[in-house]
Ligand binder design. Sequence first.
Ligand code: F6R
Length: 606
Amino acid sequence: MCGIVGYTGKNDCVDLLIDGLSKLEYRGYDSAGIAVMCDGQIEVKKSKGRLADLEKKMGEEGKPHGTCGIGHTRWATHGEPSDINSHPHGNKRVSIVHNGIIENYREIKEFLIDQGYSFVSETDTETVAKLLDYYYEGNPVDAIAHVIKEIRGSYAMGILFRDFPDKVYAVRKDSPLIIGLGEDGNFIASDVPAILKYTRNYYLLEPNEIATLSVNGVDVCDIHKNPVKKEVNVADWDLDAAEKGGYEHFMLKEINEQPTAIRTTIAPRISEGMPYLEESGMTKEMLRDYNRIYIVACGTAMHAGLIGKYVIERIAGIEVTVDIASEFRYRNPIITDKDLVILISQSGETADTLAALKLAKEKGATTMSVVNVKGSSIARESDVVVYTHAGPEISVASTKAYAVQLSVMYLLAFELAYAKGAISKEKCMELTAELQKVPDKIQDILVLKERCQFIASRLINAESLLYIGRGLDYALSMEGSLKLKEISYIHSESYAAGELKHGTISLVTDDMPVIAIATQSDLFEKTLSNIKEVKARGAKVTMICREGTEDDKAVANHLVTLPNMDDIMMPMLALVPMQYIAYYTAVLKGCDVDKPRNLAKSVTVE
Ligand code: F6R
């Protein structure tokens, strides 16, 4: 969702800005632009479309040269994707790039029109640019401080002032922005991959801190102009982790990284064979005392929460409510200070999840987040954070982040069950040991890709398909269905297999693909009956099951068999064929796998 890069330093900045923006492409965008200080003037180039379109335009019109500039990839919110609506916005004196939404831009616009300003775009951002110009009386920081007192909403901004040709200014609230400290210059960026090629040293701007970047350093002050000292973080991601590393797509790379990601996530949370989440601040005593547990998240992260619910309820015997964050925040949930609210988010910046977190805190609940991006808003605002260690997830369709979220759900369930006395120490150790086997098992089943590729070749002409399952298989099928539809554009629904005959089975006609997940031994016979029902109506069934249960071969047209594990652990294996099937279906259909249409990696607006 919109990407920002800015640089001031010793080197020409245009290629550097474009390169940085290309590392943020995963966030999704529909137009791009840069503003560069050239011979004391701000020169702006912007274009609808991809970065390649911007580069083409610069090739035709002449590429600006300068050592200080800002760049942006826009994901349209106010106004359609167009050259005019693309960022940067401003005038001869000031130019800005902005990520977020300014809620009161209409009233500001009316005010500025009364002051004689005119507007060319439909964006909220142009309003902020002109408001900066209005308040600018020779001191950029004063102007920025004035503006942020007047605007409402979310923003991360990179700003150039013509009168300060070697400086980039930055400020943020509710949208991420980091400051990168390089040897030959300094950076602003929406995310770490944009600057990794140049520096690993960075820090995060806190809300309404104002940064002034120059060639030799960065000054940060608060809204009252008091200097702020920042602690520098060192990114531990290697550059290769943010690149494709020889894989055709980030998604394929990330599917293959799952064993490592799970190992790295669970290893520090297991001590002497027992789950150990205390390093995050969540003690056994706290876990024992919660009345209710809510898990709140969006999309794939919410699906991880659903698996969490099934596992926690089954082994810890505690009721868990899973909520979609955008529903939770508006449904006036009944929460007290005796409840635990768990927020799951890869990016840690999802607007609805962040709002749900704030609501839970207001109501006095303990908030615990399971987040992948260090220092992100959700991580910083929650009482307890369990970081997943998936490394950067670049593909818009989440894979390895889901796998590590599940692994944290399992550890939490085991620890909860033990803390509540629902399982013995021996059982808890047994389950933990089973979880530790998962990375190797996944490594073994990554070879299933050819089988899944073949199955995908049978799906590409489908207009619609069903994913079915029962119990944990049903919870998992929701993720399989989302993965498939978001990247292959084939309409797909997941259904509780037992619910089919209450309506949905009427959709099943000749050759309709149905993917059935049947890994749960206590429900296997029942799922098998449901598979037979759809097969009898002409469906072409792919069954994902475990070794030894595939005997009744006649029941499915295609089989994917998985190694045996404890029932509750099977979703961690079955997720792999689901991801592969989605991936190869999209590849075979020629879809833009890593950047599906209309989607953004990080959804920082409602
Ligand atoms: C789908 C996907 C999304 C995200 C959702 C929440 O593949 O990635 O459904 O899971 O937008 O994002 P985070 O986890 O960043 O809060």
